[in-house]
Design a protein around this ligand. Structure first.
Ligand code: TPP
Length: 668
């Protein structure tokens, strides 16, 4: 490292009013992640750790930003931000055990490296997909804003990550809603092997802010004093005047994307130029030249940190690897939830499905002050199906929020709200559009509790279904995309009273719930519905008709198709099971009924291949084989997209094939 007499500094350090103590703290805070990394590189060569993403040369950003933030404020770091974790003073053995997949880490061995969050330290780590956490920061900041807390949320991305749609969506939402988020781009020259010239086509990424109506700054990311003083000033300003600010930190990635991938594609001149701008050696030389850092103190810091690393490494090595326990793994997929039955009084009124959902949602909004509704056109307009009509007048626009058209960012915002103590309900305008928010649903919401014990207290309402001649993009029943993903709950009611009670439970449940509502049933199905608030447990099917010859298992529109048919076929004695919840699935009711009747007809509006009925068929084969009197029969939609024309749609749907299939099974 540099000696104070000879070094020419690459930066014009300006200490402003910072006292020596702060200057030394910043130095020590940068030295620590550097020394940890140097140790990790040795361990990597010895084969003691498997992968390492280096932040060497970028420490000033992590350390400067974290030092400028208050401990109670959330930071959402990336894979090169070790300095965030060390500056928040996480005990090193917890980081080491996290990297070794041990119990004292943050994910019970279920996720690697920096892919974890910790409410203890107000850090929310990334998922591999990079972009989603930008929208999560929006949600965290929204919760602060709704509670009128003066807090900033800082979120990091590399310049490569800014090319993802999540970046655009998150910045746009933050700006439209004026959320107190500090968006930090670490522009380090390369995204894996891709140079900035192949990543974006503007001079500075900070310029993008203008298009979002947002303030931005370019900061020299290798100059710790510039990072710290500027970010301290900006964050203080955001606390008093909540708004998003975009920062582009100019820096450089001094090592490979990860250690194994090397840096062959980086021109040597570039490496040499940036090596001269090393944030630590320059700052160290500056402090020495100014007489602030003595040789003794420097040595003391290095020894202290070295001892701390070794001591904590030793402690981490002594901890055993995790012994797999099947029950723990299965139980941790979902956050614990104890169903509390709220029984309604006897007063009822006749409601359509749509009114029952609306009434249920309204009562949940009254019960939970923390519940926030988000969706396209859900505010004054009341949503395209009018479920939230009149909600703004009762609950205000802060809790009933129109969103820009950005499903990903809103799912992510919902996750952020949950992280910061709120409940969130998102209305997907049509369930078909869940594809545009698919990544955060299946990767963020679904895996959050399993990965780092963070419940995703989010309900996504999914208006779905065919029969309305709306073509391939407004008619799908896409529940199987979600029943396949561990960590999600999937509800699909067929009746108004069920819909109301199940929605109440879905909102009470801290787990992510996809709540399917069939559009064709919205206004065609009526029923007496209890007037006040009540709950119905998830995972319990309803026996709609009881009989002995055969079991029909279905849900959603299928229940009504089956009922209509059974009205005609009065001679038949049939168990009709309405599943109501697809995940968790009421396996007991299915097995009990099929073992009793010996015949099963599985009816779904979904295309057959890979539908939930395929799994139920397998379940029946595994559990009732010896009791079966006929092969299990699936009656499903065609394995084609859903066509628009009414006749084509009729052919697509299973209804025309239902009666003959039933007869075949009876006659078998
Ligand atoms: C959605 C997605 N696509 C691709 C990848 C693979 N990947 C991981 S990191 C990375 C480069 C990221 O570059 P940048 O955002 O600039 O951050 P840096 O690694 O330079 O700090 C890539 C391509 C990924 N993790 N997620």
């Amino acid at each position: 490292m540099a000696t104070h007499t000879k070094t020419t500094l690459s930066f014009n350090y300006n200490r402003g009013t910072l006292d020596d103590k702060v200057l030394l703290q910043l130095y020590r805070a940068m030295l620590k992640p550097r020394m940890i990394e140097e140790k990790m590189l040795i361990l990597l060569r010895q084969g003691k750790i498997s992968k390492w993403f280096s932040g060497i040369g970028q420490e000033a950003i992590s350390v400067g930003v974290t030092s400028a933030m208050r401990d109670e404020e959330y930071i959402l770091p990336m894979h090169r931000n070790l300095g965030v974790f060390t500056t928040r003073e996480i005990p090193l053995y917890r980081l080491f055990t996290q990297w070794q997949g041990k119990m004292s880490g943050f994910t019970k061995g279920r996720d690697r490296s920096f892919h974890f969050g910790t409410q203890e330290y107000n850090i929310v780590g990334m998922i591999s997909h990079l972009g989603p956490q930008l929208g999560v920061a929006d949600g965290i900041a929204l919760a602060h804003k709704l509670r009128e807390e003066k807090a900033v949320t800082a979120v990091f991305t590399g310049e490569g990550g800014t090319s993802e749609g999540d970046f655009h969506e998150a910045l746009n939402v933050a700006s439209v809603w004026q959320l107190p988020v500090l968006f930090c781009i670490e522009n380090n020259g390369y995204g894996l092997s891709t140079p900035t010239s192949e990543q974006y086509n503007c001079e500075h990424l900070a310029q993008r802010a203008q298009g979002y109506g947002m303030e931005s700054h370019i900061i020299d990311g290798n100059n710790i004093l510039e990072v710290y003083t500027q970010i301290s000033r900006i964050t203080e300003d955001i606390r008093n005047n909540p708004r998003p600010v975009l920062i582009e930190f100019k820096t450089f990635r001094m090592r490979g994307h990860e250690e194994a991938s090397g840096t062959k594609y980086v021109p040597q001149e570039l490496m040499d130029m940036w090596a001269k701008k090393d944030p630590l050696s320059n700052y160290e030389a500056y402090l020495e030249q100014e007489g602030i850092l003595s040789a003794t103190v420097k040595e003391r810091y290095a020894v202290e940190i070295k001892n701390e690393i070794n001591e904590h490494l030793e402690k981490s090595y002594q901890e055993e690897q995790i012994t797999p326990d099947l029950n723990t793994e299965m139980e941790d997929v979902y956050a614990p939830f104890r169903f509390r039955e709220s029984v309604p009084s006897n007063t009822t009124e006749e409601l359509r499905l749509i009114d029952a959902i609306s009434q249920g949602l309204r009562q949940s909004m009254e019960k939970y002050d923390d519940l926030v509704i988000m969706g396209q056109d859900v505010a004054e307009y009341g949503g395209v199906f009018k479920i939230t009509e009149g909600f703004v007048a009762q609950f205000g626009k802060e809790r009933v929020r129109n969103t820009p058209i950005c499903e990903s960012a809103i799912v992510e915002t919902a996750m952020g709200l949950a992280i910061n103590g709120k409940k969130a309900m998102m209305e997907m305008q049509f369930s078909d559009f869940a594809t545009s928010g698919f990544n955060p649903i299946v990767n963020y919401l679904a895996k959050s509790h399993y990965r780092w014990s963070q419940p995703a207290d989010v309900v996504v309402r999914m208006p779905c279904g065919a029969g309305v001649a709306a073509g391939p993009f407004h008619s799908q029943t896409n529940e199987a995309w979600f029943t396949h993903t561990p960590g999600l709950k999937v509800v699909f009611p067929a009746f108004p009273a069920d819909a109301k009670g199940l929605l109440a439970t879905a909102i009470e449940d801290p787990n992510p719930v996809l709540f399917f509502e069939h559009k064709k049933l919205y206004r065609s199905i009526r029923q007496e519905v209890p007037t006040d608030y009540y709950t119905i447990p998830l995972g319990k099917a309803a026996l709609v008709r009881e009989g002995s010859q055969l079991t029909i298992i279905t849900y959603g529109a299928g229940v009504h198709w089956a009922l209509d048919l059974l009205k005609k076929k009065t001679e038949l004695s049939v168990d009709l099971i309405d599943l109501r919840t697809l995940q968790p699935l009421d396996k007991e009711s299915i097995i009990a009924s099929v073992c009793k009747t010996g015949k099963a007809l599985l009816l779904t509006e979904d295309s057959g291949f890979g539908s939930i009925m395929s799994d139920i068929s397998a379940l029946i084969m595994e559990s009732c084989f010896e009791k079966l009197d006929a092969p299990v029969k699936r009656v499903t939609s065609l394995d084609t997209p859903i066509p628009f024309d009414a006749n084509l749609e009729q052919q697509y749907l299973p209804l025309e094939r239902l009666e003959s299939a039933l007869q075949e099974l009876i006659d078998y």
